[in-house]
Design a protein around this ligand. Structure first.
Ligand code: PLP
Length: 395
């Protein structure tokens, strides 16, 4: 890593027993090329379909735009540094998830997964994985059901892959990645973790023992509501190669401009997360005290069922909270009353957003459940907006 400017002659990371760089330093410098006189800190995107290639293919790193691109490679280097593995970039989080699942699951294999995982993932499994003869064991994460069934081995008999999502979307349950990985590996199963709600700055699945860390970079990783991307990280070079081959053959590639925007946005990831989770905690605490609000979930709340494990496994609690209003009509009025907070799906961005999750019909949630993504607005402004909208919705 290039030393941070202004850190003097002994920047972190240099010398015996040097202090490892903190999250902000890692995010600011991740994947940047070595300093070079007159060159940009982060070179601009390379837009190319074919690259010059005379004669037979000679192993040149860039040949054709579906096989590789220097702008992808720079962001992948950054992601690899943050994940502690080798990262492969895809055109979306779902493309990244598909690249893990489809090349390794065949008829007769067994997939263990949360029945309350992100609904797009469940849709992919229901439409394209179960019908090809893969046995799917889907168990709820609520009350630790999936985790217990893995730890006592009941769910793992003959399993090929355990797919975890932690924290879950929208349930915000947290699963013990290290314990489940140990149990799965002891029975010969691989483990993949959807790390989207945490990001690799707040939770590193590969260090916890997982074989794949999968993230939708559409959300907090990039945070500006302006692009769709995803990535997978792994420590196994053969698995990384399979992922790259799958990307080239399926064509699930990212655009160079999106990759460059993502790399540029990475520098502020730690700052954004710090501000967003401060807002998320303030909102969750305030909402917990309101009589018309029930079921507030945020892993950062001390009395949340996920708090203890999240505090041990994560370096932060994420940007998303959920809470339940008495019914659908109250939830819709609440959303309509919000002035600063936008009604929109997705999460993790600098703009606070909220939605009535039941509107999609794909999650087993109460009609009045609101999934709220805390942005970077001033905490007082945000609280005033949310509490004002609650008043308006009840009045
Ligand atoms: C937990 C989780 N994983 C994966 C995805 C898919 O990401 P993308 O929309 O970038 O394909 C989402 C999208 O909402 C998600 O919430």
């Amino acid at each position: 890593m290039t030393p941070a400017r202004g850190e003097g002659e002994h920047p972190p990371g240099r010398g015996e027993g040097a202090r490892p760089p903190g999250p902000s330093t890692r995010a600011v410098h991740a994947g940047l090329p070595p300093e070079s006189q007159g060159q940009a800190f982060l070179p601009g995107p390379t837009f190319a379909a074919p690259f010059h290639l005379a004669g037979d293919p000679d192993g040149s790193s860039h040949v054709y735009g579906r096989y590789g691109n220097p702008t992808w490679s720079a962001y992948e280097r950054a992601l690899g540094e943050l994940e502690g593995g080798e990262a492969v970039l895809f055109g979306s989080g779902m493309a990244a998830a598909s690249a893990v699942l489809l090349p390794i699951l065949f008829p007769g294999d067994v997939l263990v997964m949360p029945s309350d995982a992100y609904m797009g993932l469940r849709g992919l499994v229901d439409s394209h994985i179960a019908p090809r003869g893969v046995e799917v064991r889907a168990l709820t994460t609520a009350g630790g059901v999936l985790e217990r069934a893995c730890l006592d081995g009941a769910a793992l008999e003959g399993a090929s892959l355990v797919w975890l999502e932690t924290p879950t979307n929208p349930g915000l349950d947290v699963i013990d990645v290290a314990a489940v990985s140990d149990a799965a590996h002891a029975r010969g199963a691989l483990v993949a973790v959807d790390d989207t709600l945490a990001t690799p700055l707040q939770q590193r699945p590969l260090e916890l023992g997982a074989d794949y860390s999968v993230t939708s970079d559409t959300k907090a990783m990039t945070g500006h509501a302006d692009l769709v991307l995803g990535h997978v990280a792994t420590r196994d070079p053969a698995r990384a190669q399979t992922l790259r081959e799958w990307r080239a053959l399926s064509g699930a590639i990212p655009g160079p401009f999106e990759a460059w925007l993502a790399h540029r946005s990475l520098a502020t990831l730690a700052l954004r997360l710090a501000s967003q989770q401060e807002n998320a905690l303030a909102l969750a605490s305030a909402l917990s005290k309101r009589p018309e609000v029930s079921g507030v979930r945020y892993p950062g709340l001390r009395d949340d069922p996920a708090h203890r494990l999240a505090a041990r496994q994560m370096e932060g609690f994420g940007t998303v909270l959920t809470f339940t209003l008495p019914d659908r009509a109250t939830a819709e009025r609440f959303l309509a009353e919000l002035r600063i907070v936008a009604e929109a799906t997705s999460f993790g961005g600098v703009h606070s957003t909220a939605e009535r999750r039941g509107r999609w019909g794909g999650d087993d949630v109460p009609e009045g459940l609101i999934r709220f993504s805390a942005g970077c607005e001033g905490p007082d402004d945000l609280l005033a907006d949310v509490l004002g909208a609650l008043e308006g919705a009840s009045g």
